[in-house]
Design a protein around this ligand. Structure first.
Ligand SMILES: Nc1ncnc2c1ncn2[C@@H]1O[C@H](COP(=O)(O)OP(=O)(O)OP(=O)(O)O)[C@@H](O)[C@H]1O
Ligand SMILES: [Mg+2]
Length: 262
């Protein structure tokens, strides 16, 4: 795989990587993510059944940027791992458009190759691409996350946020249709946090029909979202447009504070 030759700036026609996704049972494709009554339980060493997710139902339209919020331990990461196929639900219906990619919280767990270019190209090794096709895909993906000028940079010289953007570019290069992003901004400083969110937004705008679900604790990040899901105690309490969810969470917080003060 020759990925070190010089890159052209324009991305010519790229061959498709994946066949069409399977149709959902009702035959429509308007939602990139749809789950109904998903449950997830685990058995402890003492053979006790612990219910982690209860009857979770959400619908996320294709091409949108959604956020998943809720208090610590409410089940956000578990739900995201189920959507990614890393865990199997105990019950319920689930559809997630493929191919999909799960990006982990810690930027140092994302990048595996010595340079930015090699890292984004890494996942393409399993396809039969010519070196030129690989170069084009890598360039297009890095451009989408605003990292094209870092192409030749050693990965260890990047900030945490830049590593996250390289990881997202890797998923875009493989034409992932759904990006599942778990608290990417936890380890980042403020500039990097906004940089990563903007990179996701930009990549959604410049890619064909990519959908992202972003887990966060930060209410202020909601301003970048098209929609949001709010969870508590393993249940989806509400999902819909971002401003409605923001108001709902603010109200919830205020009534909690009033209760404590009383
Ligand atoms: N394998 C497991 N066995 C037992 N309990 C588990 C297991 N996995 C998760 N849990 C519990 O399920 C609940 C949900 O965990 P999860 O990590 O999904 O929450 P979260 O909303 O992502 O939390 P955080 O905001 O802290 O990241 C927690 O109470 C957690 O301790
Ligand atoms: Mg979590």
């Amino acid at each position: 795989m020759n990925i070190t030759a010089s890159l052209g700036t324009s991305a010519p026609h790229l061959p498709p990587l994946h066949s069409s996704p399977p149709l959902r049972p009702n035959g429509t494709e308007s939602f990139a993510i749809e789950i109904q009554n998903v449950k997830f339980s685990v058995k402890t060493k003492q053979k006790k059944l612990v219910h982690i997710l209860e009857d979770c139902s959400i619908q996320i339209p294709s091409g949108q940027f959604w956020m998943l919020l809720g208090p610590n331990g409410c089940g956000k990461s578990t739900l995201l791992k189920i959507l990614a196929g890393l865990l199997s639900p105990t019950d319920g219906f689930m559809y997630v458009k493929k191919p999909k990619s799960f990006v982990f919280q810690n930027p140092d767990h994302q990048v595996v190759m010595p340079t930015v270019e090699a890292d984004v190209a890494f996942g393409l090794g399993k396809y039969r691409f010519t070196p030129e096709q690989i170069r084009c895909r890598v360039a297009k993906a890095l451009d989408a996350v605003g990292m094209y000028e870092y192409l030749r940079r050693p990965v260890q010289t990047l900030s945490g946020g830049q590593k996250q953007r390289v990881a997202i570019a890797g998923a875009l290069a493989e034409e992932c249709k759904v990006l599942l992003l778990d608290e990417l901004t936890t380890f980042l400083d403020e500039t990097d946090q906004i940089g990563v969110i903007k990179a996701v937004k930009k990549s959604l705008a410049s890619s064909d029909d990519v959908t992202a679900l972003w887990v966060t604790h930060r209410l202020e990040e909601l301003e970048y979202a098209d929609g949001a899901v709010y969870m508590e105690d393993g249940r989806v309490i509400m999902h819909g447009d971002a401003s409605t969810i923001m108001e709902f969470i603010e109200d919830r917080k205020n009534s909690y504070i009033r209760k404590i003060n009383a």
